[in-house]
Design a protein around this ligand. Structure first.
Ligand SMILES: Nc1ncnc2c1ncn2[C@@H]1O[C@H](COP(=O)(O)OP(=O)(O)OP(=O)(O)O)[C@@H](O)[C@H]1O
Ligand SMILES: [Mg+2]
Length: 571
């Protein structure tokens, strides 16, 4: 099930001039530009955008940028020289200054509007105008599209200043949240989970903004202080950044007939999504209605596989609204996410998110986003009963397909040839009751232990287990015996080898990231680099030192601490 990173290509891009040769702005040129957008991109004040797929926006550079990190894996895949990330002209562009770019690169970027649905309910209240026309990329600005080795990539700054969708906010991202997103994207890719990718991260040596956050050791649910934090610009890369919410925005306009081009704009964005994300699986020559049905079927398959993968690696997205759900079926928006330590089916690190977005409820949240996606496609099929019916069937199939993906994932996570519901159900009960550390438990199990001794390395000794250790040991031993009998006849070595490709040894636990961004805020990037190194090889055993430092239970004193165990969305 693991999608290994693709092979590296030889270095061919060493300078910004080299990179510029790959520029190809198909999005800007084939989609509709907001007719009120200023061509020079000086469009930074919040306003309503009534039509068009994008608004031209010039990023606002951060003051005195300094190199923090670059996505080495992506650099190598694209054939970029590592040294380029520290070069002045590259750093200038990817910290928000497009004024000196070599041709055919452009001096103006673009931001897109999108709609929001939360768990299947449409919202417009988050828009300052209460219409939904002022919501979208408030601090994300795409600056380049490039076709490299036949693959199209969009490069998008996050924190590159205000856009018309900023809703009165500053358009900035702080170093703390940027470090989290940067590391998480690289980690997820290395885990084999589809994701937007990390290109680069630059911080300002002088510019700061204030954000609500937690005081040292605070156990408060919500932030209890305002802190001044350095601003940063990170660049993420994906075939497109089209979200379910974006398709919804154009569909809402078409449904309400808001302007004469509303239906045309919906069709255009959907066909564009197909070209960008599904070009290799949907036949170009099909009619729109057929394409729409194929799109829904493909997205269903990708989205369910994605969510099964999230559960495999212990990831909770935290805020899985339709505007944080990439229509290409990969992970997008690393805001209030977390990798669980203690197994808890209701794990949800975001204080503002409810149980509906919690760890094992993510398949249901995904279904809600999928429903919104299908509903958004429907105006393109009115009067086409046959295709409408096919779309309805695909929509109804979600629970069945999701269940199949989850069963496949659990079987492979447990090294079993076929899924066994009873075995998983007893395991779920034992894992939650004991409780265990999710990552360590499955990695220890991947060693195919003779008895439950090694599994106990994953036990948090603080609750049910301590109250009745003998009873719990008995249940665990019985479970292990049953599990082993189901894994036969494979050799122990073969089973262990396979399971270690599915069950990572290292995961990006929040309490490991906190010291890295704290050091980074003080100008020391050593821990961040170390974490980047460790978390980009999460299945490898790595050294004894790495194991001692990163393969351990969450320290008891960090439970309940704001910023480590839970956090607000603020970034
Ligand atoms: N400081 C800010 N300035 C302007 N807009 C912001 C700011 N912070 C968040 N937003 C906007 O508010 C909306 C909701 O925020 P959310 O945290 O989901 O997104 P985000 O992390 O900025 O973006 P993305 O989904 O692009 O990763 C987004 O549309 C985002 O662009
Ligand atoms: Mg978002």
């Amino acid at each position: 099930m693991l999608k290994r990173p693709s092979r590296e290509t030889p270095t061919m891009v060493s300078t910004l001039d080299d990179l510029a040769k790959f520029a190809d702005y198909s999005l800007v040129d084939t989609l509709n530009c907001d007719p009120e957008g200023k061509a020079n991109g000086a469009d930074h004040a919040p306003r309503q955008v009534f039509s068009g797929h994008y608004v031209p926006v010039k990023p606002t550079p951060i003051e005195n940028p300094e190199y923090v990190a670059h996505g080495q894996t992506l650099f190598h895949e694209l054939g970029f020289a590592d040294s380029m990330a520290r070069s002045n002209d590259f750093m200038r562009v990817f910290s928000g200054d497009l004024s000196h770019v070599p041709e055919p690169m452009r001096t103006v970027g673009w931001a897109c509007g999108y709609a929001l649905s939360i768990f299947g309910t449409e919202y417009t209240q988050q828009c300052p105008f209460q219409t939904g026309n002022g919501y979208g990329d408030g601090r994300a600005i795409s600056v380049l599209e490039a076709v490299i080795n036949g693959q199209r990539w969009e490069m998008q700054l996050k924190g590159g200043g205000r856009t018309p969708y900023c809703r009165g906010a500053d358009g900035r991202a702080v170093l703390r949240s940027s470090v989290r997103e940067f590391l998480a994207q690289e980690h997820m890719h290395a885990l084999g989970v589809p994701t937007s990718r990390s290109l680069s991260l630059y911080v300002s040596k002088t510019e700061k903004v204030r954000r609500p956050w937690y005081s040292e050791g605070s156990r408060s649910t919500n932030p209890d202080v305002l802190v001044s934090e350095p601003v940063a610009v990170s660049t993420r890369v994906a075939p497109s950044f089209i979200r379910v919410g974006q398709i919804e925005l154009f569909s809402r306009r078409a449904r309400k007939n808001e302007h004469p081009q509303a239906m045309e704009e919906l069709e255009k964005i959907v066909l564009h999504l197909i070209d960008r994300e599904y070009g290799d699986v949907i036949d170009q020559t099909l009619a729109t209605a057929e394409k729409v049905v194929c799109l829904a079927r493909e997205f269903l398959s990708r989205l369910t596989a994605l969510v099964a993968d999230w559960i495999r690696v212990g990831y909770c997205q935290g805020n899985f609204n339709s505007d944080n759900c990439a229509a290409g079926g990969f992970t997008l928006d690393y805001g209030p996410f977390g990798f669980c330590d203690v197994f808890d089916p209701h794990y949800q690190p975001w204080t503002g998110g409810g149980q509906h977005f919690s760890f094992l409820n993510q398949p249901v949240a995904a279904e809600r986003n999928f429903q919104m996606f299908c509903s958004a496609l429907k105006p393109l099929l009115t009067e086409d009963l046959d295709h409408l019916q096919q779309l309805d069937e695909i929509q109804r199939d979600f629970p069945k397909v999701m269940r199949a993906q989850l069963e496949k994932m659990w079987a492979s996570k447990l090294g079993l040839p076929t899924f066994d519901g009873d075995l998983l159900s007893e395991l779920g009960s034992l894992m939650a009751k004991t409780p265990v550390d999710y990552t360590i438990f499955f990695r220890e199990l991947s060693g195919v232990p003779d008895d439950i001794g090694p599994l106990k390395n994953s036990f948090y000794r603080r609750s049910t287990y301590d109250a009745a250790p003998e009873e719990m040991d008995r249940r665990w031993s019985e479970w292990l015996t049953k599990w082993k009998s189901l894994t036969e006849p494979r050799s122990r070595e073969e089973l262990s080898r396979q399971m270690k490709f599915v069950n990572p040894k290292y995961s990006l636990r929040e309490w490991l990231v906190v010291p890295a961004y704290q050091q980074a805020m003080a100008g020391d990037y050593s821990l961040l680099r170390e974490l980047q190194e460790v978390m980009t090889q999460p299945y490898a055993e790595q050294s004894k030192d790495v194991e001692e430092k990163y393969y351990r239970l969450k320290p008891s004193e960090l439970f309940g601490v704001g910023g480590s165990s839970h956090y607000s969305c603020s970034s």
